[in-house]
Write a protein that binds this ligand. Sequence first.
Ligand SMILES: [Fe+2]
Ligand SMILES: [Fe+2]
Length: 471
Amino acid sequence: MSRPIARDTATDAFERRLVHMLSGALRTAEFHERDNQVAVEGVDGLYRALRERTETLGATAISTRNRHVFVDGERVRMGASDYLNLTSFIKTLDRWGVGSLTVLPGITRDELTAFIYGVARGRRDGDLATLQKRLIRDNVRSVELGAPTEEGFAEDPESLPVRTYGSCLEVMGELHTAIVGNRQIRTRRVRRVTQSVVDQMMRDEYALLALTTIKRFDDHLFSHSTNVAVLSVALGQRLGLQKSQLGELCLAAFMHDLGKIAVPKGILDKPGTLDDHEREEINQHPIHSVHILLNQGNLSQSTLRAIIGGFEHHINFDMSGYPLLSHKKGLTLFGRIITLADRFDAISTPRVYRETSFTPHQAIRHVIEHAGTQFDPELVGVFVRMIGLYPPGTVVGLSSGDVAVSIQPGQGDRSVDRPLVRIIKGNDIGVSRDLSETDDAGDYPLSIVGVYNPGNEGLFPAMDPESLRHF
Ligand SMILES: [Fe+2]
Ligand SMILES: [Fe+2]
């Protein structure tokens, strides 16, 4: 159905919110009864949004195809941090064999509640016909369901890195659930996703690197583990590691902090300073990581390397840090890589116990200052050339007055402070500029004059254009 409206940022944002609300209401309905406060608020919000849309634009169709969500045929643009919500929504519809749902104007709140609970529950026995019968029985007349379409859908190559990143978040969520529930980890699935990081990195390292500016997620461990995996593989690739070695490195980096799941959340997220006992608890997490992986049985070479990498990631290059070792033999290459990637991501991530975090620019300066003590100086050199002094995803102010996001560092040693940027606010939005380019007189016409720290506000302009209005 075509709509006589021009699509704009506000429409995009509304549709995205609508899908999030629908997904949220379905998830809440799985665990809470209809009179639960959270469930009531979730359905209320969704009801208001659906009424607003259907009253102004008529029937609204929400459909899924090739793991994308569409509202009235327009693909809803989602960032990596939307991915878990989106995936859960798609899975729920897939289980019923539903490809689309169309909400008609005049839907009542009771119908919406019955629809949400009909879909969210009792799906084990289900197919589309069963669900349709159930909805008719429950007097749901204003939601029409459709089967999935076979129509092809051209994958947008730009969405591949986002999907790879999102799959990592999803798998880390599964690992978390398995460990908390004392169940075996599905290592094959973990390997598949870490391999896709390696494949993606070999295709385009900067596309994935720019996503490591994602720092906030429901659970910080999800995005942190993914970022450390991406940064480690990028560094390993620069060091010339073989593809199979990159796969092992990625696995080790992805799982380096699994031991944190065994540390009480109250201590992990405690605002303010920790007492000695709490500090000791946190310092145990590399040991917990070892135990968790050893308990999986079936120890392959790559799992053993992951165990060692995880164990070493808080031991510094000068062997200070923790756990304290009686021997001073030095760390493995994986350990040194993961330590660097881990620290870089950690210090540029806002946490409840730290009021401000470093911008990526400040974080890279910290890394340089601690080369030779905390970090292997050779790795630091490669790392700085790889991401530059304004790492991909850094938001910078330019001498022209525009605001831009760093895409990749300039080429050659002398250009690490003059990245390729894309303008996100100002006169030429969307235009890329190479700050290492000089004019006829040999001067730089455009320079960086400041760095924003969107992370402290929870904003990621590289990913989320909506947040631009804050600049
Ligand atoms: Fe750690
Ligand atoms: Fe970590």
